[in-house]
Design a protein around this ligand. Structure first.
Ligand SMILES: [Zn+2]
Length: 177
């Protein structure tokens, strides 16, 4: 009920797990980890009050096998948080007299598939249907459109799915070149 906490590996600061608040506080109190970002909330017990962490980092390095993030359309939308890479619009905003819904956001292939573009993390991004339609099967430069950010490969697939619902404080720890 107090949400989840992103656990980072010691020294590399790679995200390795999403854990419960009690487990996170336990790691901090036993001096195995320290708080990097706070959630702004606090947890009160009969005897004490703790700020609820949002991101913690271990004091030591654990060897975690790398799980490559498998590309998926759902993963791309979750990674980009349903924000259009071209115009920056997001669900709930007004666009051409209509309120955008989640269904109005699609996965755009930056280099279109018809031009040899692949289904991959760095070639795909979330785009609203208006931008997607406007771009068509052209390159962004040909359509006179600019990407607001460079799409990156996320570290682990389960983190990508979770980040869609994850707090803002997690985002900078998730992506990698
Ligand atoms: Zn757009």
């Amino acid at each position: 009920m107090y949400g989840r906490v992103l656990l980072l590996n010691g020294s590399t600061w790679e995200p390795i797990d999403i854990i419960s608040v009690p487990r996170a506080i336990n790691l901090v109190l036993s001096e195995k980890a320290q708080v990097v970002e706070e959630s702004g909330r606090s947890l009160r017990t009969v005897s004490a009050k703790f700020p609820v962490p949002s991101v913690i980092v271990l004091h030591y390095y654990v060897n975690v096998p790398r799980r490559g993030a498998r590309w998926s359309r759902r993963g791309v939308l979750a990674r980009d948080g349903y924000v259009c890479v071209y115009c920056g619009s997001r669900p709930g905003e007004m666009q051409r007299g209509q309120i955008l819904r989640k269904q109005d956001f699609t996965v755009d292939h930056i280099i279109p598939k018809s031009r040899g573009g692949v289904d991959g993390w760095t070639n795909t991004a979330c785009a609203c249907y208006i931008c997607n339609h406007r771009k068509g099967s052209r390159l962004p430069s040909e359509a006179g459109m600019k990407l607001r950010w460079e799409p990156k490969t996320p570290r682990t697939s389960y983190l990508v799915i979770s980040i869609g619902n994850g707090p803002e404080t997690w985002k900078k720890y998730i992506e990698i070149d």
